[in-house]
Design a protein around this ligand. Structure first.
Ligand code: AMP
Length: 603
């Protein structure tokens, strides 16, 4: 306790004394913070950046689309630059060097890490009668030449397991349910085949659009958006990420992606739709808003509906909206309409969805055991009483080499408080939660991505799907309680962030008696992923074999005879394939630990 507080505890203080004491305390605290900040600098952490409220409050200011750093004026993620097609282009548009740089060569783009091999070893099970023959390389997948080039520009050397199966299933016109964790490459698993199939046909299938490269006046040239592909995902962060990936895969094609999400600028989003939209990525609420304006959006042309993180969407209470979206707003009569669902678990509600919306011969694949953690996340659990957590966090951060770190808390107020604490201790932190404005959320993520603020304090809002390069450390400042996601939430937090596409990561959790409800499940996960079980959790180690509450579909789903097998293992791990392990290893270089990048040596 600062000395001055001793005095403040006296009962005989007058107001003058209180003011003097407050000043003295402020002086001592600031002195303490200066010392803490000096230590943080010594340990290599960058200076914290002050939030410029003036800039962000001026959210109506026109902004330049595609600006990556956002320092001068914030950019809405939905306005990011995309390839704009001109009528006079033949089948393939010319290259655009500046855009290419932005889309494919940004420093902050997540790339395959040196643990990519772990991902390739993950077992895939095709659980339905039809078992797609997994593709061993993108070259053999029958992709449109422009898609193949875009895949190469992305630096993807070989398909991940979920891609190896979903690409042939989608290319052969099957509906699909993929039970796959975030970070497994599932966005590309649906975008690559779906967009590739449409690339040759876009001119025939797509709605007319204005030639916007010469300027655009929405009142004169605006069209109704009639997308061919509809992708729905539960969070704003996730849809903007899918949009970013779609911008890459649509490059040099006529397909024009747009994203709409709540909290974002509805005027800008409508304007983008009015320029023409072939691939619409949306959160459910904002999508329904636009569906209620038939002159702005019609789903009558949609050929592919994709629901990402389906299990998460089912948590929210939006059954009616779901029916409306899946039916294409009553106007879609296309018999060729294909449906795909991606989900981290295949629980009862998801099974129900699959039964209801997917065709009888749909393909279901499962990547690894749903709910298990990748081997390449090291996990440690520390016993920490609540009143010591802040100090422990500070000590932990200073004990580690500076790296991108996600700190999870269980409440919005805790996120604010902890962000303030770290900031005042001289650490470069920022925070995100659902009470922030969308612009603040996007800005915080941008600061985290670009490492201006490499420490992000967050509630579960970012727990799903956040794809940031080199998040090396996830800290569960608060472990999730069983009433708020429990062990599934723990897995999403740690697995989806670190170890994305094979990047190695560390997960640290603060545990005390209040987390008793998650202890048994936590211990099982630690054992399953071959991590040490601390002494204080030894009593939870189960006797005999580990059993999990798996979500295998034992009820039958009218999808014919169940058949399963590790077909992927056979076809993929075969050293005689042209993508031998050597070739893959050459493509996935092992660079210096701080910056793990794929140099694309195989190309
Ligand atoms: P997702 O599971 O879709 O969130 O993807 C996680 C990350 O993997 C993203 O940064 C993708 O760009 C990257 N990725 C997807 N497919 C591949 C691949 N075949 N090779 C390397 N990286 C990939």
């Amino acid at each position: 306790m600062p000395d001055a507080w001793e005095g403040a505890a006296r009962e005989d203080l007058d107001m003058g004394d209180v003011a003097a004491v407050a000043e003295e305390v402020a002086g001592q605290t600031s002195h303490m913070n200066e010392a803490a900040a000096a230590l943080a600098r010594e340990k290599g952490w960058a200076e914290p950046q002050k939030y410029n409220y003036d800039v962000y409050n001026a959210s109506n200011k026109p902004r330049e689309a595609g600006t990556e750093d956002g320092a001068a004026a914030p950019v809405w993620a939905c306005n990011a630059a995309k390839y704009e097609w001109k009528e006079e282009y033949g089948d393939v548009g010319p290259r655009n060097e500046e855009l290419e740089k932005m889309l494919f060569r940004s420093d902050y783009h997540n790339r395959a890490g040196d643990k990519f091999e772990h991902l390739r070893e993950i077992k895939v099970t095709a659980e339905t009668t039809h078992q797609p023959q997994p593709v061993k390389s993108f070259d053999d997948a029958g992709l449109h030449p422009i898609m193949l080039e875009n895949v190469k520009l992305c630096g993807y050397a070989v398909p991940t397991p979920v891609q190896a199966y979903s690409i042939p299933a989608i290319m052969n016109n099957y509906d699909l349910m993929a039970v796959a964790q975030t970070g497994s490459g599932k966005t590309a698993a649906f975008l690559i085949p779906v967009l590739s199939k449409l690339m040759g046909k876009a001119k025939k299938l797509a709605a007319p659009r204005p030639n916007i490269t010469e300027g655009f006046d929405s009142s004169l040239q605006g069209v109704r958006a009639e997308p061919l592909v509809l992708i729905v995902a539960p969070t704003r962060e996730l849809v903007t990420q899918i949009f970013d990936e779609a911008r890459r895969f649509c490059y040099r094609s006529m397909l024009r992606p747009c994203v709409v999400y709540g909290g974002g600028p509805i005027r800008d989003q409508r304007m983008e739709l009015q320029k023409g939209c072939d691939v619409l990525i949306a959160t459910p609420g904002r999508l329904i808003d636009f569906m209620d304006k038939p002159h702005v959006l019609s789903l009558s042309r949609v050929r592919y509906t994709i629901i990402d993180e389906a299990d998460e969407m089912l948590h929210s209470d939006w059954d009616q909206e779901f029916v409306k979206i899946m039916s294409g707003g009553d106007t879609n009569e296309d018999a060729d309409h294909r449906y795909m669902m991606f989900s981290a678990t295949f629980n009862k509600d998801c099974r129900e969805l699959a039964r209801k919306y997917l065709s009888n011969d749909y393909v279901r694949i499962r990547i690894g055991r749903a709910g298990s953690t990748h081997l390449n996340v090291s996990q440690q659990v520390f016993y920490t009483e609540d009143n010591m957590k802040k100090q422990c966090l500070y000590d932990l951060l200073l004990a580690m080499p500076p790296s991108r770190t996600l700190v999870f808390v269980n409440s919005k107020s805790q996120a604010d408080l902890l962000d303030d604490y770290l900031f005042n201790m001289g650490l470069p932190s920022t925070s995100i939660h659902s009470d922030r404005t969308q612009l603040e959320r996007e800005d915080a993520l941008r600061a985290f991505r670009t490492a201006k603020s490499p420490i992000l304090v967050t509630t579960g809002v970012a727990a799903r799907g956040l794809d940031v390069k080199n998040v090396m450390h996830v800290i569960n400042f608060d472990l999730p309680s069983c009433t708020h996601g429990g062990i599934d939430e723990y897995i999403h937090r740690i697995e989806g962030r670190t170890a994305r596409i094979g990047n190695e990561g560390l997960a640290t959790s603060f545990y005390n008696d209040r987390n008793d409800d998650i202890s048994a499940d936590l211990v099982k996960i630690l054992i399953e992923s071959k991590q040490p079980v601390p002494d204080f959790l030894q009593s939870e180690v189960p006797e005999g074999e580990l059993t999990f509450d798996d979500d295998t579909d034992n009820e039958g789903d009218g999808n014919g005879e169940e058949a399963s097998g590790d077909a992927y293992g056979d076809a993929y791990a075969d050293p005689a394939t042209e993508y031998s392990n050597d070739t893959a290893a050459a493509a996935v270089e092992t660079p210096a630990p701080a910056e793990k990048v794929n140099t694309g040596a195989a190309w």
